[in-house]
Structures are given as structure tokens and as C-alpha cells.
Design a protein around this ligand. Structure first.
Ligand code: GLP
Length: 245
């Protein structure tokens, strides 16, 4: 594995969540007014729970943060139970003292997605870029919603979801038919422009793709493999996800 990647292997999901929360909290304490990139999915839920507890016990202050989420389904109403807007409200933003006016998520209701993408990049730029980006990894190696084959040079983009992603995210919806077929996602180039990246990875189902991403060839066919080119990446994995490294 490349030496620019720091890897922490923790015993289980809870230990992974705790470790990731500690790394995140240290970054906030180092730069309380920083710009933080947030991710959704099942994997970071435990970390968000620990961060909420840190806030409740007075150990962490979110009031100075600016937040940009990676992605949002399109089309999907902001208040839909499965929107990433709702997810962030429930898992973190609605639980801590973050300033709602400084939280940003791509608009899944945008009439003109191309315009929304440009506006999103402009907001990130105006905020000074992302200091610290949290990532998960999809079953097919996607980061954000950058599916295999998406160009490494894209910034925020309106993208189709692959069938694998629709099927693996169907668990959150009533059925696969309900899963939107598109998303607005920060692109690979945008993600790579973050100054620091923290990726969480849990479960044996992610072991092969994590190995491919960290130890295999750097290729758009495994979007997360681009992280091998970033200068400051930390991976926190549980034992099952790290089993093939
Ligand atoms: C979604 C998100 C990704 C996330 C991935 C993995 O598709 N767009 O940002 O990393 O799911 O999800 P999970 O953590 O549930 O495995």
C-alpha cells in the first residue's frame, strides 16, 4: 500500500466509529472554522453517533464549521425520508450546534442539475475549499456517487447510478423501483482537491473492493483507487473490511 495512506484497523464497527470520530474531532479542534465534507450511507452512522455524544458532553463545538455534503439523489424531494438532506438532519446536523446556514447539500429538486453543479462548486470555492473530507466506499468502489468509469477530472456533476448501486441502496427504500436513477455528486477532482481525506470502511462485503482500491491499479473502473494519488488520506477500517489488505 502507498505510504501516503495511513491505515487504522479497528476490532469492529463500534471501534471504527470511535476512532474515526476522534480523528474528525481533532481536526475540528485544530480548525474550528474549517470546511468539512460529509458523507452518507450506513458506514458513518456510528461515527455521527459518537460525534453527537461528544457535542452533548461539551467536548465538541460545531458552531464554527462550514459543511458540504458529497452528494444527493436526483430527483428526490429534500424532505423525502431517504434524501441525504433528511439523513444528515437525523444523524448529525439536527443533533448538534452546527449553523444550518453553513450546511450545504446538493439540491435533489434542482430543475437544472447542470446549473446546480456549477453553483455547488462555486460555493465550495468561495468557502476556501474543503479542509477535511469524510468518505465511505460503495460496493463497486464508488466514492460520493462517482460510479466506475466516471472521469477523474470531473467536479460536481449530474451522474447516472449503476444497477449495483441502485440494488445496494434499495435497502433504504421501499423497493429498488423507488431508488432515484441519478444523483448530483461532488466529482473525483473535487474530492481530490480536499486537503485531507478520511475514509471509513466496514464489513466483509467491502474487503475485496478496499483491497482493489488501496493496492490495485489506479483506474476510473475503481473510483476509490484515485485516493492512492492524494497526499493525505487516512483509512479507518474494521477488521473484516481490512481482511484482504
Ligand atoms: C452511497 C453514498 C456513498 C457511500 C456508499 C456506501 O451510495 N453515495 O457516499 O459511501 O453509499 O454506503 P454504505 O456505507 O451504506 O455501504
Amino acid at each position: 500500500m502507498h505510504s501516503n495512506i495511513k491505515l487504522f484497523v479497528e476490532a469492529d464497527y463500534d471501534a471504527m466509529s470511535q476512532k474515526a470520530a476522534e480523528i474528525f474531532a481533532a481536526a475540528v479542534q485544530a480548525k474550528p472554522g474549517g470546511v468539512f465534507g460529509f458523507a452518507t450511507g450506513g458506514t458513518p452512522v456510528g461515527m455521527y453517533r459518537v460525534l453527537t455524544q461528544m457535542y452533548q458532553s461539551g467536548k465538541l463545538d460545531f458552531s464554527g464549521l462550514t459543511a458540504f455534503n458529497l452528494d444527493e439523489y436526483h430527483p428526490l424531494k429534500r424532505d423525502d425520508a431517504q434524501s441525504y438532506y433528511t439523513f444528515m438532519q437525523e444523524q448529525l446536523f439536527g443533533q448538534v450546534n452546527i449553523d444550518a446556514a453553513k450546511t450545504h447539500i446538493p439540491n435533489g429538486e434542482a430543475q437544472n442539475p447542470a446549473h446546480e453543479c456549477e453553483a455547488y462548486d462555486k460555493m465550495i470555492e468561495d468557502a476556501g475549499g474543503i479542509d477535511f473530507q469524510i468518505l465511505g466506499i460503495g460496493a463497486n468502489g464508488h466514492i460520493g456517487f462517482n460510479e466506475p468509469g466516471e472521469s477523474f477530472s470531473a467536479r460536481t456533476a449530474y451522474v447516472p447510478l449503476t444497477e449495483i448501486t441502485v440494488q445496494s441502496n434499495a435497502r433504504f427504500f421501499a423497493s429498488a423501483d423507488e431508488v432515484p436513477r441519478h444523483a448530483i455528486t461532488m466529482g473525483i477532482r473535487g474530492i481530490m482537491m480536499s486537503r485531507r481525506i478520511l475514509m471509513l470502511c466496514s464489513g466483509e462485503g467491502k474487503a475485496a473492493i478496499l483491497r482493489d482500491a488501496l493496492c490495485g491499479p489506479i483506474t476510473p473502473l475503481v473510483p476509490a483507487s484515485v485516493l492512492q494519488l492524494h497526499r493525505d488520506v487516512t483509512i479507518v477500517a474494521d477488521k473484516s473490511a481490512a481482511a484482504l489488505l
